[in-house]
Design a protein around this ligand. Structure first.
Ligand code: NAP
Length: 628
């Protein structure tokens, strides 16, 4: 296939950026600008003749460079980069984003940030140093890969038999990612072969497996080793960790630093419903799916309609005789035309072979799935309908979502009344409509909104006394996010545990990473770091990895024994978190979600923009810590 043919299958805006970056010809940007009016929506509106001109010019240039008849232009300067970024996504990109864009997307040939500690610390400095990491999910792997590159000894303690964390454990039908996959990947391990824009679970798990293999990480991981306790030993300035091994015995580990990378969505939450244990058929939580149980011809009852439930329903509806869905409260779900699409060959070719294309595409996704929505999730104090929306933009989004839901439900008033949430969009996690609403119209599907009273051997009884018979029960009831680090016993200075500090459901940390009196202890995906307005959890993991490496540098290179977050720094940070949240959608009084604790405090979700968090974690202020 000719280059020209490949180009026609790639995305236009990144192609345009490739051409401008290679040629230095910025004049062409003005020709395309009127047609690129948003990060997703441009391809259709660009006139064919203009597209052809770009393909021709780029193909000629690539051939000329290849043949040595032309040279690539030098990297764009700041002003050009600003103009290119604006044109690429068809929106104003404030200058404050340029450093992040230049580094993270490596758009201007800028090396990644951790370059300033890419040099390995001297062998004698690290000889007696060891990091213990709990969990070989994506964030534990991320940190492990970086530690390995730096030559810092570490061991990852993993309860499962292999890597992958949530992507290993969640195997329910329909499981997949709903963040664009080319952004939901390590920036340093791009996969140009994702089959879909939003890939299924197997492919993501295999990607993580491949990352572990490519970086020869497995010898540094102790599988089937579940951490039960970790205690800070003040005299030795070390963490003493106990773990349960495969044969049930206990093994001890000692490390100078301890990193908890178990995340927020680790332990399934079983609903507290009377009679659950008496149900007569198989009962499966989505995160503990048993593939051996056949669904064929079953009457399936499913409790829960969050991200997991919404993926299970459409994936099983054709296999079961009856699907009865018990919904406590409805979720908003947005339509994305690419959700089920395969990535075309032209796109894969461009990602693999065209210089700069993958970086520009990543930037486009970063922008489209990033901070763009953030302002619309802030409360306008003068907004007249605060129960159902927050401001004009949020309200317009609500109207668009309702229009979509209504169309999908064939405007059925009874279903609409059940399926349209009465709280503002984004109050709970925004889901992707994977034909969920259309599925609700099927004759073998019933959406039940009467509250569940109890479970009997034959099925589920609702408050109106009605029994819906079922052969199998699926619990799509989420995770114990509020009991972060549970059931581990993590004990810091003075014998205090994280549980003492946080109570039942109020985890707090500085930057979501460090906790006073827990020296040399770091968290990945800790309190207030869940992303709910956009972004990618892996982007956040990389921020936390970078910050943890900076902290380890303080310890190793300056020969410190311990670093402990100052209480006033931690408290001030959490005050700012709460103040910001009080004006954001996730604290909305009409919404119940796993982001909030019983008192309504938002403990899970970040109130910051991606830019803010990136900025707060790219340097470490030594004054934030007490060193010994
Ligand atoms: P979830 O969002 O917490 O949803 C749990 C569901 O169960 C909710 O509908 C909840 O109702 C319902 N529920 C809980 N206890 C109940 C009870 N006692 N009686 C009746 N209903 C009950 O959990 P999830 O769907 O597993 O998702 C958790 C998070 O995992 C997501 O927000 C997301 O961050 C992540 N995830 C991501 C993906 C993806 O990328 N595609 C997929 C799955 C999960 P209420 O809403 O009324 O509380």
């Amino acid at each position: 296939m000719s280059i020209r043919t490949h180009l026609a299958g790639a995305d236009l805006a990144p192609l345009l950026m490739v051409y401008v970056q290679l040629s230095g010809d910025t004049a062409i940007l003005a020709e395309f600008r009127p047609y690129i009016t948003g990060p997703w929506c441009y391809n259709e509106s660009v006139p064919q003749a203009l597209k052809e001109r770009l393909y021709d010019r780029l193909a000629d240039l690539l051939e000329a460079i290849d043949a040595g008849r032309a040279q690539a232009a030098p990297p764009p300067d700041r002003r050009t980069l600003a103009e290119m970024t604006r044109t690429c996504v068809g929106q104003a990109v404030p200058d404050e984003y340029l450093p992040l864009i230049a580094h993270e997307m490596q758009l201007a040939g800028t090396p990644p940030l951790e370059v300033d500690w890419r040099e390995r610390p001297s062998d004698e400095r690290v000889a007696d140093f060891r990091v213990l990491i709990i969990g070989a999910g994506e964030s534990g792997l991320c940190l492990g890969i970086k530690l390995l590159a730096l030559g810092i000894p570490f061991v990852i303690l993993e309860k499962n038999e292999t890597v992958g964390g949530t992507w290993l454990e969640n195997r329910y039908p329909g499981c997949g990612v709903d963040t664009p996959n080319h952004f939901y990947q390590f920036s340093f391990e791009p996969n140009h072969d994702w089959s879909r824009y939003f890939s299924p679970r197997d492919e993501i798990w295999q990607y993580l497996e491949a990352c572990a293999d490519r970086h020869a990480l497995r010898p540094h991981i102790r599988f089937r080793t579940e951490v039960t306790e970790a205690r800070w030993d003040e005299a030795a300035a070390a963490w003493r960790v106990s773990a349960r091994t495969a044969d049930g015995s206990s093994e001890q580990f000692v490390g100078n630093a301890l990193v908890c990378a178990v995340g927020q969505l680790n332990r399934p939450k079983m609903p507290d419903i009377e009679g659950l244990e008496r149900f007569g058929g198989p009962v499966m939580h989505t995160a503990r799916w048993d593939e051996r149980v056949s669904l064929a011809g079953k009457r399936l009852a499913m409790i829960g309609t969050g991200a997991s439930g919404m993926q299970v329903g459409p994936a099983v509806v054709d296999r079961v005789e009856q699907l009865t869905i018990f919904q406590r409260s409805p979720h908003w779900a947005v339509h994305n035309p690419l959700y089920h699409s395969q990535v075309g060959e032209g796109k894969k070719w461009a990602l693999k072979h065209l210089p700069h294309y993958a970086n520009w595409y990543r930037f486009q996704l970063f922008w489209a799935a990033g901070d763009g929505l953030y302002p619309s999730l802030k409360v306008d104090p003068d907004w007249p309908t605060p129960d159902i929306s927050l401001n004009a933009e949020n309200h317009a989004m609500r109207e668009r979502l309702i229009e979509h839901i209504s169309r999908e439900l064939d405007h059925d008033p009874a279903l609409l009344a059940k399926a349209v949430p009465n709280y503002p969009p984004y109050g709970k996690r925004m889901l992707r409509d994977n034909h969920w609403f259309r599925m609700l119209t099927r004759p073998n599907v019933e959406l039940v909104t009467d509250p569940i009273e109890r479970i009997e051997p034959a099925g589920v009884v609702t408050r109106d006394g009605r029994l819906r018979e079922a052969d199998m029960l699926v619990l799509a009831t989420g995770f114990q996010a509020d009991r972060l680090t549970w059931p581990m016993h993590i004990e810091g200075r003075g014998g205090q545990t994280l549980r003492d500090r946080w109570g039942e459901d109020d985890p707090r940390a500085y930057l979501g990473i460090t906790v006073p009196d827990f020296p040399n202890f770091f968290m990945m995906y800790g309190p207030n770091t869940n992303l709910a307005h956009g972004g990618s959890a892996i982007f956040h993991s990389e921020c936390q990895t970078r910050y943890t490496l900076l902290a380890l540098r303080e310890l190793i290179e300056r020969g410190r024994r311990a670093m402990d977050c100052r209480r006033e720094v931690h408290d001030d940070f959490n005050r700012r978190v709460d103040a910001l949240h009080s004006r954001m959608v996730w604290a909305h009084p009409g919404v119940g979600s796993w982001y909030k604790n019983k008192r309504g405090r938002v403990f899970a979700t970040t109130p910051w923009r991606l830019l803010d968090y990136w900025d707060m974690t790219r340097t470490l202020q030594p004054d934030d810590y007490l060193f010994t």
